[in-house]
Design a protein around this ligand. Sequence first.
Ligand code: NI
Length: 395
Amino acid sequence: MIDFLHEAQQLFPYTQALRRDFHMHPELGHQEVRTAGIVAKELQSLGLEVTTGVGKTGVVAMIEGSQPGPVILLRADMDALPIHEETGAEYASRTPGVMHACGHDAHTAILLTAARLLHTIRHELPGSVKLVFQPAEEGMGGAEGMIADGVLDNPKVDVTLGLHIWNEQPLGWLGLAAGPTMAGTEIFKLRIKGKGGHGAIPNLAVDPILAGAHVVNALQSIVARNTPPLKAAVVSVTTFHGGEAFNVIPPQVELTGTIRTFDLEIREMVLRRFDEIVQGVAHAMGCQVESQHTRMTPALINDAQAAQVAQETARHLLPDSQIETNGPFTMGGEDFAYMMEKVPGLFMFVGSANPQKGLDYGHHHPKFDFDEAAMPRAAALMAATAIELLRKHSL
Ligand code: NI
């Protein structure tokens, strides 16, 4: 096997410069115009034909192998978050209130680096590589937009591969598990309507705050009493808005929150119980309720064979790694699951924390930053795994 790790380490200044530039100039979902422009320019500099505007601000390019063969899709996400950065780093965000707090700056730089590695050996590729730079991963439908624009077709994709740097684990850790890896996510919104009135005369009002409080309590029974103890589910009420004055019972309250599950049967049960509890409890308290829940992402399920290929590749390429083969890794969601739902593949986690350097704040924290030494490891792993998956698929 080509020593991709050595090659990626040679390219580290390139990767780091890109990542820090993206970090200084973060862009929110579907606004990644500057980022997409740099991505397109870098790909064009390799002589690749580049398609922009896929799923609004996404970028796609192909590395054609010399022989006909399967097509692997490699994906990076490009969007930042509406968070005000507090790292104090010299490469901190120059845009107030917007920050790369999830590491998508790294993902974009890593995939551009992996593209260079694969482009160098394009004549030996046992198939073709579709490079996909996706916008709007953070709950804004970026993956679905690219799928609608045909990213999985022309040429048809045979296997998918993506990764996330992972600050929950130290540098050197790799998460390469078969099966459920990240949760399926739903968002819900409730409007509980009672009857407003004077705070001193509650008997003439129907209090939606009390009804809402009972709904919040009762929803906890879904995980505690309805979910099999060896299965995972989360039901979190995260906003509760109502009322303006201390002596007025408001006419309505609004609640929002999220539901996380892995199994489809558990998901169906949780959603059914959710509806029963919300309707039943609100009505019992004399209120009407408008309720809706929307799927944000399916559960992310890694293909077993692809996971095995990645594990073997990692053992050769990064022998110092601690490889975790048992998922799931988080109840967080990831919209790459939409692509993997259509074309099975693998989503890898690359440990990136370094507590000695203070680089261990969690994803989405205003002080989030990671050890950049994770980037060449990730780029090499992505390139090498891509080749092995193409080879497996050609058999
Ligand atoms: Ni992310």
